[in-house]
Ligand binder design. Structure first.
Ligand code: CS2
Length: 486
């Protein structure tokens, strides 16, 4: 079978949507750091659509480590398929990626792109851990990657170091303004990124730090679209539908949302014409999305994996699980989000649960369970803090925390790894306290990198202990009763 590429586009079935601009003659205006599935299903799609309204806004994608994308797309002119899995499925070819680079192989091309006067925007999806933040959301100067980049500022290995190297070169060359747009599920993502970049620059050169502060915009954003990782089944299904091979398509639900703070240092694509919302205040959207969607996603991931359930759809299809998630939302999550009359919060939450019921999507709970130590602070612990501050109940918010602990203990017992920067350490705690769940719970709750001041809160600790005990015997037979009591 031939490959998907510029010369086979004309052979695709008529119903496949194609880029509505001349891909070959359109050049780059954006650098994206971290081109995982989410970027390719979200910002790259909006940008592809926006280029129908003009502008040289193709994307130079920079992988910090993985060579997969570069290798897979090399033979297909960096074209790939967006496969939308929903009641009305469709396939769309995305031409937005102009170049795909890997940091270890393409350092000079990456710097050239980051410092080009034609580059006006850098977007990032580097996941929570990519920001190298401490438990207060500030740059962790003791992070090994940050310490490396401080010693070798011209050969950075962190995204923060790379941005500072690029900004330093732009300042020296007096290149035009650039806007840096975080697109990760981190609360106040733009402000935190901006502060981390300035803090790192300050370690190298106080004047550069000041220049960044005065000249570079870091808008906050909220991003949303459920995007399971690419798997072989998708590759096969796409080949059957297209009649050509796409080695790295992506799949997504139909729903997609991008809310961006209207704060750009220079020009940008006509994103507002293709569904992106620009606003002065992203905070409310960000908070609602992180707490409602990502908070319940992580809850499903850890509770579901204790019941050997594989996907979000299967988990939410168990009436006991859905009922618990609804109680958690109504009683302890929604009351922490102030929306005034700008948003109908119960309807928003309801629509998210409806999205979980999309039977066309196989979204693995094991994928969502990655990086719990990095995700739970933003998704659950901040909500819990607000409840504590308001002297309100937070029992149910301790369920995902307890389920995470039991998930770690079970993985250790099964001799399996967990994908998490703290994974090895957490598994070693589970091994040390094997057979003593109380001691293990105490040991994890002492991890200040995750829990910060909550480590010292007796009410929080006691409730997590209680939930661990209540859920320790959770299995398919006990599910109804066990979840009914939570
Ligand atoms: C998920 C998110 O993998 C995860 O942790 O919760 O990727 C989620 O699917 C997206 O944020 C939806 O917008």
């Amino acid at each position: 079978m031939a490959n998907l590429n510029a010369s086979t586009l004309a052979t695709l079935p008529r119903e496949v949507k194609l880029p509505q601009y001349d891909v070959a003659s359109t050049t780059s205006g954006i650098v994206h750091i971290g081109p995982g599935a989410f970027h390719r299903a979200h910002q790259a799609v909006y940008t592809d659509l926006a280029m129908a309204h003009g502008g040289n806004w193709r994307i130079d994608a920079v992988s910090m480590r993985s060579k997969t994308l570069k290798d897979k797309l090399a033979e297909q002119d960096n074209l790939y398929s967006l496969v939308v899995l929903d009641n009305q499925p469709y396939t769309q070819i995305i031409g937005a990626l102009n170049n795909v680079y890997v940091l270890s192989e393409d350092r000079s091309a990456i710097m050239a792109s980051l410092t080009a006067p034609t580059t006006h925007i850098v977007t990032l999806t580097i996941t929570e851990k990519g920001y190298c933040l401490d438990n207060q959301g500030k740059l962790d100067a003791a992070h090994p990657d940050i310490m490396h980049d401080k010693d070798f500022p011209d050969e950075p290995i962190s995204a923060i170091g790379l941005l500072v190297a690029a900004l330093s070169a732009r300042k020296a060359a007096n290149t035009g303004d650039i806007t840096i747009v975080s697109c990760d599920n981190v609360s106040d993502n733009g402000s935190k990124l901006g502060a981390a970049v300035v803090a790192f620059a300050n370690l190298l050169d106080a004047e550069l730090a000041q220049w960044i502060k005065s000249n570079i915009a870091f808008p906050n954003t909220m991003v949303d679209s459920i995007t399971p990782a690419t798997d072989e089944a998708l590759v096969e299904q796409t080949a059957a539908a297209l009649g050509v091979t796409d080695r790295w398509p992506i799949q997504r639900e139909a729903f997609t949302q991008w809310v961006v703070e209207d704060k750009f240092s220079g020009p940008r694509p006509a994103w507002e014409k293709v569904g992106v919302t620009f606003t002065d205040d992203v905070n409310m959207f960000e908070k609602a999305k992180l707490r409602v969607l990502n908070g319940t996603h992580s809850t499903l991931a850890y509770v579901g994996s204790l019941l050997n359930i594989d996907t979000v759809y299967e988990a939410i299809s168990k009436p006991e699980i859905e009922a618990f998630v609804r109680r958690l939302l109504e009683t302890e999550i929604l009351p922490t989000i102030e929306v005034g009359n700008k948003m109908n919060l119960p309807a928003y939450a309801d629509a998210i649960l409806t999205r979980y019921h999309n039977k066309h999507i196989r979204h693995l709970l094991s994928q969502i369970a990655w990086d719990g130590s990095q995700k739970l602070p933003f998704r659950i612990l901040n909500t819990l803090r607000d409840r504590i501050k308001a002297k309100a109940s937070f029992e149910r918010l301790c369920v995902p925390v307890a389920a995470w602990l039991l998930f770690i203990a079970r993985r250790q017992q099964a001799g399996e790894n967990i994908t998490d920067p703290m994974g090895e350490h957490l598994l070693s705690l589970a091994e040390k306290h094997q057979g003593d769940t109380t001691a293990f719970t105490d040991a994890v709750l002492n991890e200040r990198d995750v829990f910060a001041e909550l480590s010292d809160n007796p009410a929080f600790r006691n409730t997590v202990h209680k939930k661990v005990q209540q859920m320790a015997s959770l299995n398919n037979e006990t599910m109804a009763q066990c979840l009914g009591e939570l």
